[in-house]
Structures are given as structure tokens and as C-alpha cells.
Design a protein around this ligand. Structure first.
Ligand SMILES: O=C(O)[C@H](O)COP(=O)(O)O
Ligand SMILES: [Mn+2]
Ligand SMILES: [Mn+2]
Length: 550
């Protein structure tokens, strides 16, 4: 048990709770073109920006534990940093280091997986997100593992490629598939046989999260494990044909199976095969991991389940200890704000809709799905709709707000944290009109939360985990909008590298701190900020708060 936080003598706790509203994917745009945050009519947010203490926080690159400042932020690293008040080297960086130093290949789990397929002359399968987005995975890690497998004497390798277009440009699949096929062609000699065996858009198969739509996992299982699905001779042909047939962008392309004769899949999984799920990020890895590992699975019928040796790139959940086998140790994120507040006796509520529920619970607590206290932690999930979010850009923001307003008024909580997914989930669709509606819907909700905070005499901190809605068009290095093949402005579906706002709305302020907030900080400073606004002193090794006491 952690020690309780000390009271801060310089601060008079307010009457009401501290409310931390994370507007997922809402940053400060760098370019006027494509900045849906600016283009939307958001009088409430604008008034907060104008009248409250506000500062910009870094939310990408090394400020959130990514390998370099060319890496955008994402929800995992963002919520990890916000929740634990410090910056840890994250999965992208830890795996990169393990691959470069070759520590990964010296590890027991790698050796076991290789030994297994060598002993049975069986197949080593790699399944994961096929891009260099560095949010869930990195194709360079995959390439290094295929090369090392060959060196270690593995003969048969099959790759199951989840098409991205969400962390990378929206129709970039062939830019990964074509060079990868050439890479495999180079390796395919001396009895080595590696091929892409199945795949499909990441928002259609396999990578569901938080139980939002298990049917995606079932569809993925069918193509990866059983080799059942529409057949093509190779992945390039599959992508071209499916694009022509559906007009979908990569993340939404239907599943495919590779076959030479139109009947037999080249890479169905069999007993004694080894399977590596090569994503390092856990939210969208936990369900497929469960499908491979669970003895009984209620969510769908797996059919005949091959007896494979399954490993993930990392441990995805530190409470569930899933998967059982993993290649790289996860960041050791400890002593999160939630844990400290439990040790201090502060009742807390975390709320979002399904799509981001784990962000404010599991990611916020350092990738642990459990609670720190059954009596002090309340976690509430509003079920997300299963729809393309450009068709319902308001998502469940009104329902989240209903719950937050009620919780503020109840007097039950010292701290309430919430995530509004709209800027991010709608931002990923690339549909600017929908993102504008998303931002305007959020603004209506902020008005309601503002009123509730005023009535209760609480404090509202508005911030974000990274940008997205602020950058809806692709720009070249000179800052000009890129054009797509049809000559129209190229839509951007991924996150941005932009900073995010930190607004402190403190209607019953006793003027303990200066109206100018500290500058140059990252989102990890939000934890110390909230702790100070609750009237406590942050742990000494937490990154500094934005507040400067007088
Ligand atoms: O998983 C996703 O939807 C994207 O890859 C990243 O979005 P998030 O980091 O905001 O969840
Ligand atoms: Mn996010
Ligand atoms: Mn996102």
C-alpha cells in the first residue's frame, strides 16, 4: 500500500470534485487547412480558452516515451502518462531496443517458439498490424523476426497482415505489402518458405477492443486460423480487388485468404505451429489473445482449435497476466495517480463509452484492468454503438455527460475523470464534416459540465491525450496540402504531432496560483496538476504541475 499524499498547506480544497475531461484526439492545429477543431463552432471551448488559465502540453514523441519526436502520440502512451504523472519508455521504444540489441532473440520465449516449430517441422505464424505506424506495431520488428527465424533454422513462415490506414495514410497498404513481398522473395531460398497468408482491414477483423464488437475477432479467426474466406493468389491482388469491389479505405477492407489453387489456404494454422502476435500495444490485442489462449470461449465458436504455441509481443495486461507468453517486458508503470488517491482515501469515478472505456481505466492505470480499491474506485462504461462513427459523430457524449453531471452533483466523488472519444474516433474516419459535428457535440456537453462544476464548486481541467481532429488533411514537408489520386485534398486519418490544451476552470479559486500556467510541459504534468487541485502535494518524482503557487 502506498503512503497517503500529504496535504498542501498553500491550497484550500474546493467544495466540489476535480473533474478531468480528456477530449481524445483534440489538439492545437498547426495548419489552418484541415483543422476541424478551429473550423467547428465551439463557443464554450472558445470561452474557456479565452477566460481561464490555459497552457499547451506536449503529447507526442519523447514527451510520452516514444522512440523519437517524429512519432505521434496515441491513446495508450497518452493515458499512461496522464495517469502515472511520469514518462516511461513505451512499447514502441522497448521493442525497438530489444530487436536492435537482439535481446529479444536471446530470450526464453523466442527460443521456445522456434524450438517448437523446428521439432515438429511446423509453421511459425506472425499476426499483427502491418505498418510502421508505431502505435500498435512496427513492420520493422516483423522483418527482423522473420530474418532471425530463418537464421535459427525455421523453414515455414506465414504472415497474417492486418491492414492499417489509421495510424498511417488511409490507402497505403500496398506501400507496405509490395516491398515486404520483395523482402520475402529475397529470403525464400535454401528451403525457406515465407508468405503472406491472410489479412484484412484492422477495423473489420481481429483488432476489436474492450469488447465493443467481438464479431470482428471471429471474422479474423476464420481467415487467420482456418483459412476460410474469400481467396486470392497474393495480398497485392487481394487489396486491389477488394478496393475495387468495396471502395473502402484500408482499415475497412474485407478479410482475405491467400491460396494457390483457389481452394486450399496457404497458411491455415495446425497443431504444433507457433503464433506470434506482433503488436506491442494491448487494447486491441487482448481479445484475439483470449481467443488463442482461453480453454472455454463464450464470445464465439472457434471450431476445431489447433493446438498452437501462442505468444504476444508484450504482456498486454498486468492484472490478467495476458498473454501467458510474451517476448518483451512491458514498461514498469507503477504508483499511478489512481493508486495514490486510493491510498489517500479519495473516491474516484472513471467514465467513458466502450471505445475508450479502457483508456480511462486500463491505460490510465498503467495497463492494468483491475481497480486499486473496490470501495473508492467506480468505473462506468456506456456501451458504444457499432456503427461507422462518421454516421453518428456525437457518439455517446451526451450519455457520458449525463453520468458526469449526476456524479458531480452527487457529492460522492473527490475526482472524476472522463474521456470523450469524438475528436479521435471520428477523426480516424477522415471525414471532416463529421469531425466538425463531433466537436460541436462535445461543446454542448462541455457547457453542461461547466454548469455542474460551478454549482458544485469544483474544478474542471480540460485536456487531451494527443491530436487528431486538429489535422484532418495530409500536408507535405513544406506545409502544403497533399492531393490524392483524384486531385482532391488528401484526407488524413491518423493522429497529429500537435500539442494539446490544458485549461483550468476553477470558479471558486482563492487565487493561490498564478493565472499564467507553466509552459513547456507534457501531458504527464496533468497528474500532479489534479493532485494539487485536490489539495495535496504530488509525489516528489511526478512531473511538475502546470500550477505556479504564489
Ligand atoms: O487503435 C486505434 O484506434 C488507433 O490506432 C489509435 O487511436 P488511439 O490511440 O486514440 O486509440
Ligand atoms: Mn486517443
Ligand atoms: Mn486514435
Amino acid at each position: 500500500m502506498l503512503q497517503a499524499l500529504k496535504k498542501n498547506p498553500k491550497f484550500t480544497p474546493r467544495r466540489g470534485p476535480v473533474v478531468l475531461a480528456i477530449l481524445d484526439g483534440v489538439g492545437y492545429g498547426k495548419y489552418a487547412d484541415g483543422d476541424a477543431v478551429k473550423l467547428a463552432r465551439t463557443p464554450v471551448l472558445d470561452a474557456f480558452m479565452k477566460n481561464c488559465p490555459v497552457t499547451k502540453l506536449k503529447a507526442h514523441g519523447t514527451a510520452v516515451g516514444m522512440p523519437s519526436d517524429d512519432d505521434m502520440g496515441n491513446s495508450e502512451v497518452g493515458h499512461n502518462a496522464i495517469g502515472c504523472g511520469r514518462v516511461f519508455s513505451q512499447g514502441a521504444k522497448l521493442v525497438e531496443e530489444a530487436v536492435e540489441s537482439k535481446k529479444l532473440f536471446a530470450g526464453e520465449v523466442w527460443k521456445k517458439l522456434i524450438e517448437n516449430v523446428k521439432r515438429h517441422d511446423s509453421t511459425l505464424h506472425f499476426l499483427g498490424l502491418f505498418s510502421d505506424g508505431n502505435v500498435h506495431s512496427n513492420i520493422n520488428h516483423l522483418k527482423a523476426m522473420v530474418e532471425e527465424a530463418k537464421k535459427a533454422g525455421v523453414k515455414h513462415v506465414r504472415i497474417h497482415a492486418l491492414l492499417d490506414g489509421r495510424d498511417v495514410p488511409e490507402t497505403s497498404a500496398l506501400e507496405y505489402i509490395d516491398p515486404f513481398e520483395a523482402f520475402l522473395a529475397e529470403l525464400n531460398k535454401d528451403g525457406f518458405d515465407a508468405r503472406i497468408a491472410s489479412g484484412g482491414g484492422r477495423m473489420v477483423i481481429t483488432m476489436d477492443r474492450y469488447g465493443a464488437n467481438w464479431d470482428m475477432v471471429r471474422k479474423g479467426w476464420e481467415v487467420h486460423v482456418h483459412g476460410c474466406g474469400e481467396m486470392f493468389r497474393n495480398a497485392h491482388e487481394a487489396v486491389e480487388a477488394l478496393r475495387k469491389k468495396t471502395g473502402a479505405i484500408d482499415q475497412d477492407l474485407p478479410p482475405f485468404v491467400i491460396s494457390d489453387d483457389g481452394r486450399t489456404p496457404v497458411g491455415a494454422m495446425k497443431d504444433h505451429d507457433s503464433v506470434i502476435f506482433f503488436n506491442f500495444r494491448g487494447d486491441r490485442a487482448l481479445e484475439i489473445t483470449k481467443a488463442f489462449e482461453a480453454e472455454q470461449l463464450a464470445e464465439f465458436d472457434r471450431g476445431i482449435r489447433p493446438d498452437v504455441m501462442y505468444a504476444g509481443m508484450m504482456e498486454y495486461d498486468g492484472d490478467l497476466h495476458a498473454p501467458k507468453l510474451y517476448l518483451v517486458n512491458p514498461p514498469e508503470i507503477d504508483r499511478t495517480m489512481d493508486e495514490y488517491l486510493c491510498a489517500t482515501g479519495v473516491p474516484q469515478l472513471a467514465v467513458s463509452e466502450t471505445q475508450k472505456f479502457g483508456h480511462v481505466t486500463y491505460f490510465f492505470n498503467g495497463n492494468r484492468s483491475g481497480k486499486f480499491s473496490d470501495t473508492l474506485d467506480d468505473y462506468e462504461e456506456i456501451r458504444s454503438d457499432i456503427v461507422p462513427f462518421e454516421q453518428r459523430p456525437w457518439m455517446k457524449c451526451a450519455e457520458i455527460t449525463d453520468r458526469v453531471v449526476e456524479a458531480i452533483g452527487s457529492g460522492k466523488y473527490g475526482m472524476i475523470r472522463l474521456n470523450f472519444p469524438n475528436g479521435d474516433m471520428v477523426g480516424h474516419t477522415g471525414n471532416m464534416e463529421a469531425v466538425i459535428v463531433a466537436m460541436e457535440s462535445l461543446d454542448l456537453c462541455l457547457a453542461r459540465i461547466k454548469k455542474a462544476v460551478e454549482e458544485a464548486g469544483g474544478v474542471l481541467v480540460i485536456s487531451a491525450d494527443h491530436g487528431n481532429a486538429d489535422d484532418m488533411l495530409e500536408h507535405d514537408k513544406k506545409g502544403n496540402v497533399k492531393l490524392d489520386k483524384a486531385g482532391a485534398p488528401a484526407r488524413k486519418t491518423s493522429h497529429s504531432l500537435n500539442p494539446v490544451p490544458c485549461i483550468v476552470f476553477d470558479p471558486e479559486s482563492k487565487n493561490e496560483y498564478k493565472p499564467e500556467l507553466r509552459e513547456g510541459l507534457g501531458i504527464s504534468s496533468l497528474a500532479a496538476t489534479c493532485i494539487e487541485l485536490l489539495g495535496y502535494e504530488p509525489p516528489a518524482d511526478y512531473d511538475p504541475s502546470v500550477l505556479v503557487f504564489k
